[in-house]
Design a binder for this molecule. Structure first.
Ligand code: SF4
Length: 692
């Protein structure tokens, strides 16, 4: 079967071939990469093994209900009855908004769209949001504010090789999107200067000409230093700034008032390195800037991204070959998942739930009155707070694992235990599913037809290659069935994914993320189509902002950004910074990759990366169990002594649950604009476990 890897936003194509074993022996599988324009025929270790978790015997194949603390199989009919009766009872007692819906960035566009419609039309609750809030919200909100539009890359991956200088800020492409690395190595071979910004040395920083080893949380300040150098050295594209931006004078006055000495002190990056990096980018005639979670998962993530966009705009490096910005999306459908309505403030096609015209348009497509649509809800973590406060009394979770992915996860877990009904739709038993009252078995990616939008904004069709096992059902089918039981089935008359996509096309028509011109037939014929694509004969927009920005006067917005400090500072009790991230072998909270025997064998448990000098100071030896403690709680992982990390910082990956779940100890302060939690920095103490 031909398919696409589900484990990141590149969506590499591959062919999986089953060789059936003789009687009583197991089948074997071979995986071969297929050519496509993004991955150029490459697969990384995750893609090569992305079939194992689908074929595992741990698949959930029946609806399950918890009885006396144990899950027992029940029929679909009984499961639907229990869920819809309880939803209706709670809504009668506590109002429509007593039910919450929580989605995921790995769902197809069709399911993400239908989940938003299910919340607003079938349940009429305002409480819907999804785990993509934790990976894209800072870059998305910054893109909308600065450019007037959020699309992961403003241009194609193919432009990378045309760039003379590339800034990789808080992005570890070598581990998170490995098949993209040749774009950067080829650019370097052609003479491009690569500038990496990261507190740790990684596979990405190692190929770079400059590695600015910034203190966690100080990326926006570092960008201020680079902007200051650009101004002082006259490396500003005056014509572009005058004709295509607003806000320059305020930015200049702000930068004039900032002292480079303070920037050096706050970031921990020497002035000469800041200067060299700024000169390399400013003097290059073409260049690209990429940000990812290192910059974005901050309590000032929105403004931090805006400061990197200031670099792009001040030098006029956008809207032409070899120039642009990219938010390197992590989740498989991190781009499409944020476009079609599973966010609290959003309707399909990036329409806004608080905009009367948008409400009227989408209500018209859905066949309801605009005032039937609920208003704006709250962000993912704030939904968990509503659960804790028991304003939300029942929760439907689809394709997500919130008790591992939310910050301050102990509190989230306590909240979920208070729910009167927790329903999880998944195909594997996640940590959240283990807490559920009912688990509904969904199909996995190999069994699901649907579209996904890669990090470039290119829409791709992934077709099912095998039937779903046992009684598993497509997630969109489950939503239609539940809507029917809730008396709203007339709005959910879909018999296949393509019909949902056709309605999505209509609902997005005229919106910022316009999919109207994209059809399954086109996607089968062409190798993906970029949005916006407003007409059937439109080629799709490969490069954005060539002549203007969708903002007043067609101008992008330059902004003065303060030297903001993280919400939690180190002190005598918690003297080190804790930062989090990914490893190459695992995806999100590890529910899927920990079920792949090959991937699990590579990284079987979590770890704490610590500098050898720091480890000595804390009596920590290599490969020994350590306790990490913050104001939120404790976790226990094994140490890895590495010179690659700053001496004041430790790193723990995010892919494990229970006592290794780093989010039990991360800080839950949120960015004031996009409500992104500050996963990337908090204060921690570490100690060897043996001393207890
Ligand atoms: Fe490609 Fe990403 Fe899958 Fe690796 S994880 S094979 S880079 S889609």
């Amino acid at each position: 079967m031909n398919t696409q890897c589900p484990f990141c936003s590149v969506q590499c194509k591959m062919q999986i071939t089953e060789e059936r074993g003789a009687k009583d022996t197991r089948s074997s599988y071979t995986v071969a990469p297929l050519m496509n324009l993004a991955s150029e025929g490459r697969l990384c270790i995750k893609g090569m093994n992305a079939y194992q978790h689908v074929l595992t015997s741990e698949r959930i194949v029946n609806p399950l209900m918890k009885k006396d603390g144990r899950f027992v199989p029940i029929s679909w009919e009984d499961a639907y009855d229990i869920i819809t009766n309880k939803f209706q009872e709670l809504q009668r007692s506590y109002g429509k908004h007593s039910i919450g819906v929580y989605g995921g960035g790995s769902l197809t566009n069709e399911t993400a769209y239908l989940l938003g419609k299910f919340a607003r039309v079938a349940l009429q609750t305002k409480y819907i949001d999804y785990n993509g809030r934790f990976c894209m919200s800072a870059a998305a909100s910054a893109g909308v504010k600065v450019f007037g539009l959020d699309r992961g890359l403003t241009n194609q991956l193919a432009d990378i090789e045309k760039a003379e200088c590339i800034i990789l800020a808080g992005t570890n492409i070598a581990e998170c999107q490995p098949t993209l690395m040749p774009y950067f190595t080829r650019a370097k071979e052609k003479g491009a200067v690569l500038i990496a910004i990261d507190p740790r040395e990684t596979g990405t920083t190692r190929i770079s000409n400059f590695h600015l080893r910034v203190k966690p949380g100080m990326d926006a300040t570092l960008a201020n230093g680079m902007l200051k150098v650009l101004l002082e050295e006259g490396l500003v594209d005056r014509t572009f700034v005058e004709q295509r931006t607003s806000g320059f004078e305020e930015l200049r006055a702000h930068l004039d008032a900032i002292r480079m000495e303070d920037i050096v002190e706050l970031t921990g990056v020497p002035a000469q390195q800041i200067r060299d990096a700024a000169l390399a980018y400013g003097k290059a005639s073409t260049g690209m800037v990429f940000t990812a979670r290192g910059v974005e998962q901050q309590t000032d993530g929105h403004m931090a991204v805006r400061n990197f966009l200031n670099l792009v705009l001040l030098t006029g490096k956008i809207g032409k070959p070899g120039c642009g910005y990219g938010a390197v999306t992590g989740q498989g459908n991190g781009q499409g998942g944020r476009e079609h309505g599973q966010k609290a403030d959003q309707l399909p096609g990036y329409r806004l739930i608080e905009n009367p015209e948008d409400r009227t348009y989408v209500a018209g497509v859905w066949g309801i009155e605009p005032d039937e649509l609920p208003g704006k809800g709250v962000s993912a973590y704030e939904m968990m707070e509503k659960v804790v406060e028991q304003e939300i009394r029942a929760l439907l979770v689809m394709g997500s694992n919130p008790i591992v992915s939310n910050p301050n996860a102990n509190v989230v877990e306590d909240g979920l235990k208070k729910l009167e009904l927790l329903v999880v739709v998944d195909f594997l038993m996640s940590e959240t599913a283990q807490l559920a009252d009912l688990v509904l078995p969904a199909s996995a990616y190999l069994e699901n037809t649907g579209t996904l939008t890669n990090l470039e904004g290119r829409v791709l069709l992934r077709e099912a290659g095998r039937p779903a096992p046992g009684e598993s059902r497509h997630d969109w089918r489950i939503l239609c069935d539940l809507a029917d039981r809730l008396g709203r089935g007339t709005y959910f008359q879909f018999t296949e994914a393509e019909e949902i996509f056709d309605e999505l096309r209509l609902a997005s028509r005229g919106g910022a993320a316009d999919y109207y011109g994209i059809t399954y037939e086109r996607l089968r014929r062409e190798e993906g189509v970029y949005w916006p694509c407003p007409e059937l004969d439109h080629p799709g927009a490969k490069r954005l902002f060539e002549t203007s920005f969708p903002l007043p006067g067609g101008k992008a917005l330059l902004t003065a950004v303060e030297n903001h400090l993280p919400k939690e500072q180190v002190d005598a009790q918690f003297p080190l910074y804790l930062t989090t991230g990914r490893v190459v072998t695992h995806y999100l909270t590890g529910v899927q990759t920990r079920r792949s025997y090959t991937l699990l064998a590579q990284d079987i448990e979590s770890f704490m990366e610590i500098h050898p000098k720091t480890a000595r100071a804390y009596n920590i030896e290599d490969a020994t169990l350590v306790k990490l403690e913050t104001r939120r709680g404790v976790i226990y992982v094994r140490s890895r002594l590495r010179e690659e990390i700053r001496e004041d910082t430790v790193f723990v990956p995010m892919h494990w649950g229970d006592t290794q779940n780093v989010n039990k100890i991360t800080h839950d302060a949120l960015d004031p604009t996009c409500r992104m939690p500050g996963f990337k920095v908090c204060a921690v103490n570490v100690s060897p476990l043996v001393s207890e």
